[in-house]
Design a binder for this molecule. Structure first.
Ligand code: IVH
Length: 692
């Protein structure tokens, strides 16, 4: 038998561990480091192993899952688990229709005050009934057909957010809490990334992740899936006194007992409160950390709920008001590729039209070959398509069960497109790249078109009216080969194009003319140098000051510019090393494209002015030269040996005697990240910020 001391220690450990669990999984406010938690947990495990007679249903050690089952036992629900009516009208007026029905059933007319409603989210997971007897979780069951479900207690115990014991004194004799087990999107992504790395199967979506985990016969496997829980109602209740009289009061009470309740809920009078909630959540749906498929409205007062009662299996006092689905199934009719500005061939699935996320979708990106391989999407497959918010629709997964027989072959971009569909140039895949690329460069009309559109875009040369329809015609008819040709276009040529009246041709010419007065930053950005985005273009313009200096810049010069690393520097050097690129630049200047130049930003004295640093070992990303350049740009000097005068030693992998020497002399030591943050501080100190 365990001594009273052991018994007390076991109880104290259980309480403490569960307190940390709640803080971490429900409140999202960790109280102790993981290692400390593990230590407590192991202590408890050891004590329980020594004293099997102390086994308890509410011990946190039960959360790691026991023996696999052959099947889930069936459970008859003490109170049936109902489903909920779906309001067919997805517009805000759906809330009005619900309110009108409720008022009619309750016999209210316009003179009666508004009904109080409670509104909450419709979580997209698996419904669960949690049975607490005298405060201890004794059983968890799925909904099943509403009358009979499956007992999944072991698996539910692995969900850390679910309390094993209610925090209430005295606890009700019986309290059944109903709610939804689900998976947060970030947990889903993290889990899938880990699975991919291990070469193991991934989950299709968070909902399947949640449902699949709970239906997992081996609780050890279930324990590896990160699940969450929110309560939304009650089942059987005995001996709860005083019991809440409203739905919102119930959720508040459950929350106090340590049961997770979603904070996104509200109570308010009449349809207008419901509409406000509906619209507010609709606007923020994509920012929620988990998927929902709508909102749920409930009459708040239990006495009114009882008065309203049920029709078949659905209560008259609740309704689900759905949002357009963000995932639907459809068939891949073909896989084609699109050639982008950089020549990347992006595979696109052509789909049988499907209504998803509020629009009809016929194309969805497949990103690149790695994604096609990972999802194993083939022509003819039924796939799940997702469109959330304004994001480009994407193929989430192939539904392998519905793959046609015989199975279509795997799709390989290089095999299907050995040459570019736009220009016939060879297509290559470089070893370290996900993308397959056309080697045609500006010879490739697709790349030429994209380059032109980029050149004319608002943040680049800002030529209003030079859109994709026009660019298509100009390139297809051979009127424009490079951006420089844009400045040679005349009224006659333009007016001869489709959908181009003389008026719009004149407007376009005026826009082209106006674009000639530009800034160096816009011009650099407009050139479409690989890896040089708008911000880098601005930094370059500010730092270098003139185009000729940029053309003549060495790698070292470029590395001195904020945020320019070796890859960007190489892209710039390669771009200006191409004679035809220089031709384009010169023709543009000759055509009258102009900007004002400066001497470039003078660095202030520099954060490292007068300081000597020593480099040792291999840095993770910077070459020694690059690091030296950056230090010098901040006013510092780089020396070969360490002395007392050394300001910092920057040490990387396999640093040798210089590091030891620094330690002996007490010289401060930095790693690459430390150096970079120091230099970032320097860049923020730049003076003379010029207007360009
Ligand atoms: S209330 C009597 N509230 O939707 C009403 N259900 O068909 C019982 N669901 O299987 C359900 N979020 O799994 C309710 N806030 C919420 C919900 C919710 C999701 C699910 C639940 C049930 C289905 C209703």
């Amino acid at each position: 038998m365990a001594s009273p001391e052991v018994l007390a220690r076991v109880h104290a450990l259980r309480r403490e561990i569960e307190r940390h669990n709640h803080a971490y999984y429900v409140l999202d406010q960790p109280t102790i480091p993981d290692a400390e938690y593990d230590r407590l947990f192991r202590q408890l495990q050891a004590l329980e192993a020594d004293h099997p007679e102390l086994a308890a249903a509410d011990s946190p050690t039960r959360r790691i899952g026991g023996k696999p089952l052959d099947a889930f036992p069936k459970v008859r629900h003490a109170v049936p688990m109902l489903s909920i009516r779906t309001e067919t009208d997805t517009e805000a007026s759906g809330a009005q229709a619900f309110d009108a029905r409720v008022r009619k059933e309750l016999g209210l007319d316009e003179r009666d005050p508004p009904v109080d409603y409670s509104a909450e989210l419709k979580f997209d997971g698996l419904a669960i009934n949690l049975r607490y007897e005298h405060g201890v979780l004794v059983q968890a069951a799925t909904r099943g057909d509403g009358e009979t479900g499956e007992e999944v207690t072991q698996n539910i115990r692995t969900v850390h957010a679910i309390p094993l014991r209610l925090n209430v004194q005295p606890p009700p004799a019986v309290l059944e809490v109903r709610g939804e087990v689900f998976m947060r999107r970030d947990d889903f992504e993290r889990y899938n990334a880990k699975q991919r790395e291990a070469g193991k199967p991934t989950l299709v979506n968070p909902r399947n992740g949640a449902a699949g985990s709970i239906r997992q016969l081996d609780p050890k496997l279930a324990a590896q899936r990160p699940l969450s829980f929110f309560a939304y109602g009650l089942g059987e209740v005995r001996g709860w006194d005083p019991a809440p009289t409203t739905h919102s009061g119930t959720l508040d009470a459950l929350e106090k007992m340590g049961v997770p309740v979603c904070a996104e809920r509200m109570t308010g009078p009449g349809a207008s409160a419901l509409i406000a909630f509906h619209d507010d959540i609709a606007a923020r749906r994509d920012q929620l950390p988990f998927d929902i498929d709508g909102v749920v409205y409930k009459v708040n007062r239990f006495d009114l709920q009882r008065e309203l009662g049920f029709v078949t299996r659905e209560p008259r006092w609740a309704v689900a008001h759905k949002y357009p689905a963000q995932e639907e199934m459809t068939v891949v009719e073909a896989i084609e590729v699109q050639v982008g500005r950089t020549g990347a061939l992006t595979p696109v699935a052509r789909l049988a039209p499907v209504f998803v996320g509020g629009v009809t979708v016929t194309n969805a990106t497949l990103h690149n070959q790695d994604e096609i391989d990972r999802k194993d999407v083939r022509v003819g497959d039924t796939v799940i398509v997702r469109r959330a918010g304004d994001v480009i629709p994407e193929v989430v997964a192939a539904v392998i069960d519905r793959r046609p027989e015989p199975a279509p072959p795997r799709f390989d971009i290089l095999q299907s497109y050995p040459t570019c569909p736009e220009c016939g140039s060879h297509v290559v895949r470089l070893d370290d790249e996900a993308a397959v690329r056309c080697t045609g460069g500006l010879y490739c009309p697709a790349q030429r078109k994209q380059a032109l559109l980029h050149f004319a875009s608002r943040r680049a040369m800002d030529i209003e009216g030079l859109g994709d329809k026009l660019v298509d015609q100009l390139v297809d008819r051979g009127l424009v080969h490079t951006p420089a040709d844009v400045y040679g276009l005349g009224l006659d040529t333009l007016a001869g194009l489709e959908r181009m009246a003389e008026k719009s041709a004149a407007n376009l010419l005026a826009a082209i003319e106006a674009s000639k007065a530009t800034t160096l930053a816009r011009f650099i950005f407009a050139l479409g140098i690989r890896n040089v985005g708008e911000t880098t273009a601005k930094d370059l313009a500010r730092h270098v000051g003139s185009l000729d200096k940029l053309i003549a810049a060495t790698e070292a010069d470029l590395l001195a510019v904020r945020d320019v690393g070796p890859i960007v520097a190489q892209s710039i050097i390669q771009f200006f090393a191409e004679p035809h690129n220089l031709d384009v630049v010169n023709t543009l200047r000759a055509a009258g494209v102009h900007w004002s130049e400066t001497a470039g930003v003078q660095q202030s004295a520099g954060i490292l002015a007068g300081k000597t640093l020593v480099l040792t070992g291999t840095l993770p990303t910077l070459t020694r030269d690059a690091a030296k350049e950056k230090i010098e740009a901040a006013g510092g000097k780089v020396a070969g040996s360490v002395s007392k005068k050394t300001y910092y030693v920057v040490a990387g992998e396999e640093a040798g005697s210089k590091l030891t020497k620094a330690q002996e002399l007490g010289v401060a030591i930095l790693d690459e990240a430390g150096l970079l943050s120091l230099l970032a501080a320097n860049n923020n100190n730049e003076q003379h910020v010029l207007d360009f």
